[in-house]
Write a protein of this length. Structure first.
Length: 272
């Protein structure tokens, strides 16, 4: 076993070999003569110097040189390794996923991850606010792998991202923000190449609202047409639903006949 004079020396050696993640058990194995409390104190000092950050209990990230000044490590640097340690399926979602496909006009202020199985608490992790949303079953077959400095992260496909944005419209700032993001994302959306099984993960009104936004608000008739065909292939049946569920539905509301959307909200996208 390779010997190290000190824990900081061990940390430096790990980083030089491209290993940026460790836990206390790793340190206990590398320094069997040190007590648990001594190792804990050493980690605390390293965190104070911004040499190490801890986005999760007993999961430590060695801060690369380019991030030491701010002491903030991007979640994509460690996310896949963290989720593997937690034994959890995940994918980067909503505005963060859209940004990875070039829809960066509405730059997110936090980092959203959908997880499966375990429920985790959102919070500030290594300097970044990470929002963790649990879903009973993740459509992992409709995600993509994006290369990172340390491997990759799972990211929702453009089609899954679009559906997620509509489904979580209140969480991301409402339909105006959703429509603005979709306007930038539309070029990447290709429902003609997607299996109808994707729609099994969403309530039918979500699909109707996305179809309406693509068709009427964004004038993306080709994209909305592909979604309509996909809905038919999935044997979905549309019923009249309000565009915005939290707003009243006046008697004189317009009804979009194709998507059976009761238009109870005017939507104007931001200038891109």
């Amino acid at each position: 076993m390779e010997e190290h004079k000190s824990i900081p020396n061990w940390i430096e050696s790990m980083a030089m070999r491209g290993h940026f993640f460790f836990n206390k058990r790793d340190l206990c194995s590398a320094f069997p003569d040190k007590s648990y409390n001594a190792i804990t104190r050493a980690i605390t000092r390293l965190i104070a110097k911004n040499s190490v950050v801890s986005p999760w209990h007993n999961f430590y990230v060695i801060v690369p040189t380019e991030y030491k000044l701010k002491g903030i490590v991007p979640p994509t640097f460690y996310l896949d390794h963290l989720m593997h340690c937690l034994g959890c399926q995940y994918y980067v979602a909503l505005l963060n996923a859209a940004e990875m496909y070039g829809a960066a006009h509405q730059r997110p202020q936090n980092f959203t991850v959908f997880t499966e199985g375990k429920a985790f608490h959102s919070g500030i992790k290594a300097g970044t606010e990470i929002l963790l949303f649990k879903r009973e079953q993740l459509p992992m077959g409709f995600t993509r792998k994006f290369q990172t400095q340390t491997g990759y992260v799972n990211v929702s496909s453009p089609e899954l991202t679009a559906l997620d944005l509509v489904d979580a419209e209140q969480a991301v700032g409402g339909f105006t923000r959703v429509a603005t993001v979709l306007a930038e994302l539309a070029e990447e959306i290709h429902f003609a190449t997607v299996s109808p099984k994707l729609l099994d993960y969403f309530n039918v009104p979500v699909i109707q609202r996305l179809g309406y936004l693509l068709d009427t608000v964004l004038n993306e008739q080709e994209k909305s047409g592909e979604l309509f065909v996909l809905a038919q292939a999935a044997n979905l049946h549309f019923r009249k639903v309000a565009l915005k569920t939290t707003k009243e539905v006046p008697d004189d509301c317009e009804l979009n006949k194709r998507w059976k959307i009761i238009v109870n909200q005017e939507i104007e996208i931001d200038e891109l």
